[in-house]
Design a protein around this ligand. Structure first.
Ligand code: C2O
Ligand code: CU
Length: 432
């Protein structure tokens, strides 16, 4: 499809005032003369491969494995990744999910770059400005390539010196219907009195995570720290498709805790290697409501005075997509690719209402920006600011969000249940 074939939004609000605080985007764009601090080559292949569990899967690898290598950086470092397509027939890109990279580095085939054909390569460079948990994945035929394993974790730590306790990634992915954590279908064991567990949900649906045998706090969502988070108790944390949840788990003296990822598969944190973890527990009935979790902190903008107001209403109706009749997703009543874009100017404060009347849940993912959740179904957020790049919107729900348009480019805002994105649940956000 072509970005050019799309019309302009008719619901773009008039600009009321010029906002003051604008992030300096040049800080994200890497000086071409600067040497990278983190340098990685990722070679993509379509092949049959062996998972950490020993099972074979037919899909995609990066450097011969899936998930691909975990990339780690320290805040402020320049990350340079060379993507080589060894044998992915449909072409491949890398998108840095949740990292507000400069537009040209966003890795969206057909929007920010062409897919890298077999035999080709592409170099991504960006400054890791925000510390947090992120991931990378192909954004070409992504409904197929992400499910097939063309993905990996990206962690940006605030400082080179390790904090107290273990700090681990728990990237969960379904390979051919089998749930895995970091590619393995058995528990991940950590020894220590406390651990930060960075859960990354790479699948198409929401993933509940719950903890038994220890005290857990949800310290970050979508790569952004929460303010003053307390213990989550017996509630499950629902990790949005594409989203991340960082849990800090403290283990009782001489004991162990179990962080369950959707079911029995767990990250076990144990005071010593000899300690037996508590048995897996059924999913708790309560889900942690992020709207009221944590303690309030002032927002960096006054969301009551937006420059632009957009509505992103998701529905469903019969129509044609690429000439094929079917029941397709709509945005504000329009079928892809005739969905009007959202047009902003650099510096605008944007307010967006996301409404889901489509009959299904949609995990909405905004590229290049993090949005502050203001309210859900009219109930205002009272917790410690909840910033998202991936938001689980249930059928019948509506959310009010606000974000600063401070990252010029052409961006997509789409459903991360990736087959839905292919079926048209996608809007472009463009700077005028
Ligand atoms: Cu993780 Cu546009 O995607
Ligand atoms: Cu969807």
């Amino acid at each position: 499809y072509s970005v050019m074939s799309m019309g302009y939004a008719d619901d773009g609000g008039a600009r009321a005032h010029r906002p003051a605080a604008v992030r300096d985007i040049r800080s994200l764009v890497a000086d071409p003369r600067r040497a990278p601090d983190v340098q990685v080559t990722l070679t993509a292949r379509r092949e049959r491969f062996r998972l950490a569990s020993g099972r074979e899967s037919d899909g995609y690898t990066l450097n011969g494995r899936s998930p691909g290598p975990e990339i780690t950086a320290v805040r402020g470092q320049l990350v340079q990744v060379r993507l080589v397509n060894a044998s992915v027939p449909g072409g491949v890109t890398l998108h840095w999910h949740g990292v507000d990279v400069p537009g040209a580095e966003d890795g969206v085939a057909g929007v920010t770059q062409d897919a890298v054909p077999p035999g080709g390569s592409y170099v991504y460079r960006f400054v890791a400005r925000q510390a947090g948990t992120f991931w990378y994945h192909s954004h070409q035929l992504s409904h197929e390539q992400v499910a097939g394993g063309l993905l990996g974790a990206l962690v940006v730590r605030p400082a080179a010196a390790p904090g107290p306790g273990a700090d681990v990634v728990a990237l969960t992915h379904l390979y051919d219907g089998v749930r895995t954590v970091n590619g393995s279908a058995s528990d991940l064991r950590i020894t220590g009195a406390r651990a930060r567990v960075r859960v990354i949900n790479t699948d198409n649906g929401p993933m509940p995570v719950w903890v038994t045998g220890g005290v857990a706090r949800l310290v970050a969502v979508d790569g952004t720290d929460l303010h003053g988070p307390g213990p989550i108790g017996r509630a499950a944390v629902l990790v949005t498709s594409g989203g991340r949840a960082d849990l800090e788990v403290a283990v009782p003296a001489g004991g162990a805790a179990r962080v369950q990822i959707g079911g029995p598969l767990s990250v076990v944190v144990a005071a010593s290697a000899a300690v037996r973890p508590p048995p897996p527990a059924p999913r708790p009935p309560a889900t942690l409501d992020l709207l009221a979790y944590g303690t309030p902190a002032p927002a960096p903008f006054d969301a009551s005075r937006p420059d632009r107001v957009f509505r992103y209403a998701m529905g469903r109706r019969p129509g044609f997509l690429d000439g094929v009749p079917g029941l397709y997703w709509t945005v504000n009543g329009h079928l892809f690719p005739d969905v009007p874009m959202f047009v902003v100017a650099e510096g605008d404060l944007v307010r967006m209402t996301v409404v889901n009347d489509s009959g299904e849940v949609h995990p909405m993912h905004l590229h290049g920006h993090h949005a502050l959740v203001l309210s859900r179904d009219g109930v205002p957020a009272t917790g410690g600011p909840w910033w998202v790049d991936s938001l689980n919107v249930e059928d019948g729900e509506s959310y009010e969000l606000a974000f600063r348009a401070d990252n010029p480019g052409v961006w997509v805002d789409h459903c991360h249940n990736l087959p839905h994105a292919v079926q048209g649940l996608m809007v472009h956000l463009m700077y005028e």
